[in-house]
Design a protein around this ligand. Structure first.
Ligand SMILES: [Ca+2]
Ligand SMILES: [Ca+2]
Length: 261
């Protein structure tokens, strides 16, 4: 994790300055982090679909069907659209739905209060948002509740055993400001191994995609920051006179969770 490595270096340098315990030879560069490929895009649904196909190819293998047992390769996808009506447009979408009800190896958590799969463009929360967010895969979208930050932990599909994925990508809707939205990637030791910001959208339809693919399955967790704020009854996007860049999520695509080595 580069920021931690840098902090450690600063600490060592400070100690050296204080008591001369450390010679200048400690000022060696940190070891390089794992190799990964960043795949990002901004544009309409056609442009994003083209990029998603490149991302899928980089993950390798094929789409493993929901509820199929853990596989050696391939990927899982979540587009939210098949979520039952009873769990749509409510603020308590189950955090483990995509490893228990529809097994795909993803467990959510947030410092907020819950999760929402939405078919109303979030107009049920706030009528002023009715035209704010387009769906890449119509028509359901996803957002955490009470915080724009959520975590995805990976499990061997359908089990409670931690898993590692080769890559993760997400389609965002309505990123107006570069750096309001990002995906941070962590290994099994909790070390941050990549941090990738979404570009701003280009206008038409307002989609962006952020993904990273590593050389092997080493990602235990991703933390998604979906804009500046969660959505509530008074939310106003920066594009509509507000001060916050409001952003929601559509498709998740990620490598098949693999066992820890
Ligand atoms: Ca969708
Ligand atoms: Ca926005």
């Amino acid at each position: 994790m580069k920021p931690t490595t840098f902090s450690l270096f600063v600490t060592l340098a400070a100690l050296a300055a204080c008591n001369n315990l450390y010679s200048p030879s400690t000022n060696v560069p940190p070891p390089p982090g794992p190799n990964f490929t960043v795949i990002r895009a901004q544009g309409d649904s056609l442009a994003i679909a083209d990029t998603l196909n490149k991302f899928r190819a980089a993950l390798g293998g094929s789409l493993n069907a929901p509820n199929s047992p853990p596989a050696d390769s391939g990927r899982r996808e979540i587009n939210w659209d098949g979520v039952p009506a009873a769990l749509t447009n409510v603020d308590n979408f189950p955090a483990d739905f995509f490893n228990v009800n529809s097994k795909r190896g993803a467990i959510f958590s947030t410092s907020g209060t819950g999760f929402r799969v939405d078919s109303s463009g979030f107009s049920d929360i706030n009528a002023g948002l009715a035209d704010q967010f387009k769906a890449f895969s119509p028509k359901k979208l996803f957002m955490s509740v009470g915080s724009p930050v959520l975590t995805v932990d990976f499990r061997l599909v359908g089990t409670t055993t931690n898993g590692l994925v080769k890559g993760f990508g997400v389609v965002f809707s309505d990123v107006d400001r570069a750096n309001s939205t990002r995906v941070d990637y962590f290994d099994a030791n909790g070390v941050e191994i990549a941090s990738i910001a979404s570009p701003a959208h280009l206008g038409a339809q307002g989609f962006t995609f952020v993904g990273a693919v590593f050389d092997s399955a080493i990602v235990a967790r991703v933390v998604i920051t979906s804009g500046d704020a969660s959505l509530d009854a008074s939310s106003q996007d920066v594009s509509a006179g507000g001060t916050k860049d409001l952003v929601v999520m559509d498709d998740f695509v990620y490598g098949e969770p693999r066992p820890l080595r």
